[in-house]
Ligand binder design. Structure first.
Ligand code: SF4
Length: 352
């Protein structure tokens, strides 16, 4: 039996039901693929529904403000994905007359869309024969063919794409790709049951006893440490509580999200160093002498490439600061939930 027939047979009996399966709307496929890039399916499912409910079309996404898009994305991480989708939606509306690009090369021009996502949209929406290569497909093919090139590299992508282009069902590339991803996720799992596998007679890894050794993963970069000291500055005017916030800018994590004024250090500050730093920072920036404040315990927040060690300094002012530093604004405390904030800030606010 041909490879694709065996796979199709397995898929008919075992394929997963996913909310975006069977959809051929390129916009929804794009949203689902971008969300799932760094997210587990269970979590991605909720965000997918929330996102398409808030922005049901490319046009509605293009018309939204970046803050609205980031708010819906809040908690999902990798915020550049949301910013890129927003920019790409505007590109589709302005440069493509509102028509979603229909060829692989045109889809690849969308901001934030790489070869994996372009292949997914091209095959699922437009039935074009481009293989989708996610972690599950890498695992299955590296074992099936005994490929030991470290995955996650451009060299590996090229090599696996060549192999898959000889296997893909060109009449039904959408079903083929879905079946490949499901096969890797459900059958050729990290610890597979090879006795139940329809490919056991041709699997190189099984025959050479390398199932546990493949795929080879490229060495991971160790996350770098960063030390954040946030100043949660508040005061009361009349019956209303106010706080200060700022929007993150520049080429760094959480761009576009809001947070408290931040004192970032090169290393962990002990309590005395922190107290001295806070007093001089508040005096220099807000012209407040002898501020009343308390310091919370360290919270650790893990990102893929960074470990954030954060402490929140709660500062109570008797009145609004005379001087508001550049980039800092005052908002009513009750309104903090209406704006996009990093998960770390959300965690802190929930702890209060
Ligand atoms: S025999 Fe085992 S390792 Fe090989 S493809 Fe099947 S499940 Fe994967």
């Amino acid at each position: 039996m041909a490879f694709s027939d065996k796979l199709e047979h397995w898929f008919n009996d075992n394929g997963r039901t996913l909310p975006w399966r069977g959809i051929d709307d390129p916009y929804r496929i794009w949203v689902s693929e971008i969300i799932l890039q760094q997210t587990r399916i269970e979590q991605g499912w909720d965000y997918y529904h929330r996102f398409v409910a808030a922005f049901p079309t490319v046009s509605s996404l293009a018309k939204a403000t970046e803050e609205q898009v980031l708010k819906v994305w809040q908690g999902l991480g990798y915020y550049s994905r949301a910013r890129n989708m927003h920019a790409a939606a505007q590109y589709i509306m302005h440069e493509c007359q509102g028509h979603f690009p229909q060829s692989y090369s045109e889809i690849l021009k969308l901001k934030g869309v790489g070869r994996y996502t372009a292949a997914a949209i091209a095959s699922f929406a437009f039935k074009l024969p481009y293989p989708v290569i996610d972690g599950n497909v890498y695992r299955f093919i590296s074992r099936l063919r005994g490929i030991s090139t470290p995955i996650g590299t451009t060299t590996a992508y090229n090599e696996f794409e060549r192999v898959l282009s000889t296997l893909i069902d060109t009449l039904h590339p959408d079903r083929f790709n879905a079946a490949m991803m499901d096969f890797g996720a459900l059958q050729c799992k990290p610890q597979p049951d090879c006795t139940a596998c329809p490919f056991s007679d041709e699997c190189v890894a099984l025959q050479t006893m390398r199932v546990d050794l493949l795929p080879i993963k490229a060495a991971k970069q160790r996350p770098t440490d960063r030390w954040f000291y946030y100043l949660d500055i508040r005061w009361t005017t009349g019956d209303t509580r106010f706080m200060t916030i700022r929007q993150r800018t520049g080429d760094d994590i959480w761009k576009g999200l809001f947070e408290f004024d931040l004192l970032e250090a090169e290393h962990r500050l002990d309590d005395n160093e922190l107290r001295e730093a806070v007093v001089s920072y508040i005096s220099a920036r807000y012209h407040v002498a002898n501020p009343v404040f308390s310091v919370g315990k360290e919270l650790t927040h893990q990102l893929t490439h960074r470990t954030i060690h954060a402490r929140f300094v709660s500062v109570e002012l008797a009145q609004p600061p005379d001087v508001m530093p550049q980039g800092i604004e005052a908002i009513e405390c009750a309104k903090i939930n209406n704006i996009p904030i990093p998960k770390l800030i959300d965690r802190y606010l929930h702890q209060l």
